[in-house]
Write a protein that binds this ligand. Structure first.
Ligand code: HEC
Length: 152
């Protein structure tokens, strides 16, 4: 008999004092981490170049970004997942999106801040399948299971 351990809810109990002034024009996101990420995006200037709602800006919109295929300058496409997003944030010029100028500055961010930003980007892609091992609130009904299984 195997003991099944259910690691339920790794409580992220960072005492946050709810920083960030809520101006208008933001998309409402759910979850403490996502909200911290959103506040950070606005306070770090990210949101001056990236919209949350699909509005065209100097950088690609973040709306529904996760799970999409992005064309890169110099050829090739890349699937937008956490690894790609992380690299785009920490090394902005490593993979430049086709059609955009490589103007994104490298912002010094701590690991927890990057995690918060990723949570926030996930919140802006509610239909995207989870690409992290982070606990999700449910399996999206639109989840596509790639079936490449060939039955002999
Ligand atoms: C001066 C404008 C500017 C600022 C400020 C900026 N970015 Fe960007 N960002 C861009 C542009 C332009 C691109 C597309 C070209 C590229 O890939 O470098 C981009 C690409 C990205 C991508 C990849 C998006 C995709 O569609 O593939 C992510 C993720 C991202 N930025 C996150 C951030 C975060 C997080 C911050 C704040 C810490 C930030 N950006 C600040 C301009 C900006």
């Amino acid at each position: 008999m195997a003991m099944v351990l259910l690691a339920v809810g790794v409580a992220v109990s960072l005492a946050s004092c709810g920083g960030g002034s809520d101006g208008g024009g933001k998309v409402a996101v759910e979850g403490a981490a996502a909200q911290r990420g959103q506040a950070l995006a606005w306070s770090s200037g990210c949101s001056g170049c990236h919209s949350e709602d699909g509005t065209y800006s100097s950088g690609p919109t973040w709306q529904g970004i996760i799970g999409t295929q992005v064309k890169l300058k110099g050829g090739g496409t890349v699937l937008v997942d956490d690894d790609y997003l992380r690299r785009s944030i920490t090394e902005p010029t490593a993979q430049v999106v086709d059609g955009y100028w490589p103007v994104m500055p490298a912002v010094a961010l701590s690991e927890p801040q990057i995690e918060d930003l990723l949570a926030y980007l996930h919140a802006l892609s509610p239909d995207a399948p989870a690409t992290t091992s982070a606990p999700t609130s449910g399996i999206p009904s639109t989840a596509v299971i790639p079936s490449t299984t060939s039955v002999p």
